[in-house]
Design a binder for this molecule. Sequence first.
Ligand SMILES: Cc1ncc(COP(=O)(O)O)c(C=O)c1O
Length: 414
Amino acid sequence: MLENSGLFDSKAIKAQFPTLSQVVSGKSLVYLDNAATSQKPLCVIEALENYYRNNNSNVHRGMHELSRRATEAYESARNRMALFIGAESSEEIIWTRGTTEGINLVANSWGTQNLSANDEILLTTMEHHSNIVPWQLLAERTGATIRYIEMDAEGHLDLTNLEELCGKRTKIVACTQVSNSLGTINPLEPIISQARSVGALVLVDGAQAVPHQAIDVGRMDCDFYVFSGHKMCGPTGIGVLWGRKEILDKMPPYQGGGEMIKLVQRNRSTWADLPHKFEAGTPNIAGAIVLARAADFLEEIGFDAVKEHERNLLAYALEQLGAVEGIKIFGPSDQTLRSSVISFHLGDIHPLDVSTILDAEGIAIRVGHHCAQLVMQHLGVTVTARASFYLYNTYGDVDRLVSGLHSANNIFAP
Ligand SMILES: Cc1ncc(COP(=O)(O)O)c(C=O)c1O
């Protein structure tokens, strides 16, 4: 199988990721846990080192050279991320710790201000827990009700009763763009258009989309968009909440502290303008700067090429895995409607045993409920094994996975 189809040379790309060149359990590492977190290219690691070696300082506070440098790099990273997702202005880019914090910020700030009993929050049963639990906490505080868009047997959202689910009482719809447990790519247009028709806001969880495809929040026409840096070749502890300026402007602060105020008096304070109103305390300066470098890295390769490579890899993986005895692959059968996340069971072998055998072969996959217990309940299982691919994975990685699964079958053969 050719590793470099078209302009894409996945072996050359893999060589830029130092962690991927190591030996694990006596074999070269095959990393297939990308939906959990991605590895980091050398340019990102170097950007982090460069920041701490040369420019480390707190931002917005000091009138000295290092602080000026750090502030400039930090704010230009914000501009970079605005461009990266098609935001109109960098004021709409709020730095967070990641997707989870972005959703909690919206649920706490916008949600507490705008929801009351009789209001409804519409989610889907496909969501990661981070797009369920903050809304449950909000519902408890406000008396609002949570409703769910269900899935069909293959893990597509069932939109047949969308008009009934998303009605006059619906104040916000929060939906993932791509499922982390099934790989389903969701049709956001009908959901956003129905939400618009009843005046509800829409939050899109882009955690599993941003690493793999170009995003244009303007074109998407949602109100909030959240994602994590660590899944897109960036560092942990940094992510982005994008929101429409007119909505963010009206929202109260999420946390109080330094950086987010204009004036503090004994009994009350006034808030800084966007985006600082939502960024209390010393931020993850290095994380933000390095995330911008990760965005450069991905765009230098080009999302068209990344997407094509992942589509080819997915097709090859589904074909090869399909021939493994006893395998059951969950999620959409239509490859155009799924990402490069493959959840599976191997006969009666417990997914933990599958993963242990693969680990002994130097192959990293994930086993668990993937923070998506509603999905597991829908599938009637408690856990799945999950292999998830990224731009640096090769056809050779798929072959190693398949051969590891054959080994598992042999070990557990009756
Ligand atoms: C779809 C989805 N949403 C939210 C999250 C939470 O992301 P984080 O833990 O980076 O906040 C994840 C992480 O796996 C995810 O896959």
